[in-house]
Write a protein that binds this ligand. Structure first.
Ligand code: SAH
Length: 343
């Protein structure tokens, strides 16, 4: 059976090349075609001898994604549905603003964590995307940004479909290809990975001393409420999450971002704000208050503007950094929590 070439490590490629009597520098050349130039046909690797190209063709294949459908929002956000080699689909989003163009990338074909307010959480049986697939989606966004907005892609958020830290190795491999100083050299400071708070994953990021940003989808700072909104909380609870965040901060010295979706009469009172403020004392941080985006799969409602303002002012009154994040692309179901392959 042929192997997906974008699923092997540099060392494995190197072994294959030298095991077949070719010089080691060929591995580096092939690696560049794959992970810098995004070439997905062996025949296009023009500096590789024909017999080696044929050998590669016999042993490996490229599992590639195809952009199939594109929806455009009136705010110029673009949502793309990519069809994967096994016929599954995922969505990515490209969001332009005055200074930036941000792409929101997916890491799984759905999500098995079932957060109650999230449409992606209703797509069960998700599989991990491999690094090549994530790389395809990144590359597509990078080209699209220039074409559509005449601007370089400036930021990446892993906030699309799926839970990034449940696809840890592929995620880090993708980021490493994107940020490689000898290759694309995208700054890790412009990459954010968002997690529901997978405790083991956060500790692993600390041990790997990553330099990209970490965002935690908190949404409630007491166990009873968080368990009911996000079943994943039942495993380690708020105390386990806190411990992992402190561990991460000690290792990386980074400021953490918390995401907090305001749900009307559920987590939006001043008591909840006060619990959040207490939680946030553990490390330097910033809070993004997110407007709830409705979907047909759940019955929550967005808090009204006045409640949002009060919640935010309460936190600011405690000297916290707070942003209210306006939804982008919600007319095409491209906003947070709306990605559900319904293009
Ligand atoms: N699984 C990761 C990555 C997805 S990020 C995570 O949860 O962090 C998507 C962000 O949108 C998360 O903060 C998620 O909690 C939030 N979200 C989910 N459903 C939403 C909705 N209906 N309205 C607004 N934000 C939502």
């Amino acid at each position: 059976m042929k192997q997906n070439i974008r699923n092997i490590s540099f060392n494995e490629l190197n072994e294959f090349i030298s095991g077949n009597g070719h010089s080691a520098f060929r591995a580096k050349q092939i690696w560049e075609w794959i992970w810098e130039k995004n070439i997905t046909e062996f025949q296009k690797m023009t500096n590789i001898p024909a017999n080696l190209r044929e050998m590669l063709e016999e042993k490996f294949f490229f599992a590639i994604s195809k952009a199939e459908i594109e929806l455009r929002s009136k705010d110029r956000t673009i949502k793309t549905l990519h069809r994967l080699y096994d016929n599954k689909t995922i969505e990515t989003v490209l969001i332009p603003s005055k200074e930036r163009v941000t792409t929101c990338l997916s890491t799984q074909t759905g999500c098995n964590l079932a957060c109650r307010f999230c449409a992606t959480g209703m797509l069960k049986g998700a599989r991990n995307l491999d690094s090549g697939e994530m790389f395809d989606h990144f590359f597509y966004a990078k080209n699209k940004s220039l074409l559509e907005y005449k601007k370089n892609l400036s930021n990446i958020v892993f906030m699309g479909m799926g839970e990034p830290l449940l696809n840890y190795e592929n995620l880090l491999k993708t980021i490493s290809a994107i940020t490689n100083p000898e290759g694309l050299n995208f700054s890790p400071q412009r990459i954010t990975v968002s997690t529901v708070g997978i405790v083991e994953g956060i500790k692993r990021l600390a041990d790997d001393n990553v330099s990209f940003h970490l965002a935690i989808s908190l949404h409630a700072a007491n166990d009873i409420l968080r368990n009911s909104l996000m079943p994943v909380n039942k495993k380690h609870g708020i105390s386990g999450l806190k411990e992992a965040i402190i561990y991460f901060h000690k290792a990386t010295n980074q400021r953490i971002t918390y995401e907090y979706v305001l749900l009307k009469n559920v987590n939006d009172s001043l008591k909840h704000a006060s619990e959040l403020a207490e939680f946030c004392k553990i490390t330097p941080c910033k809070v993004n208050i997110i407007e709830y985006n409705s979907s047909s799969t759940n019955k929550f409602q967005a808090s009204d503007v006045e409640t949002m303002q009060k919640f935010s002012s309460f936190l600011e009154g405690r000297n916290m950094l707070v942003n209210i994040r306006k939804s982008r692309g919600n007319d095409i179901d491209a906003a947070c929590g709306q990605l559900a392959n319904k293009c």
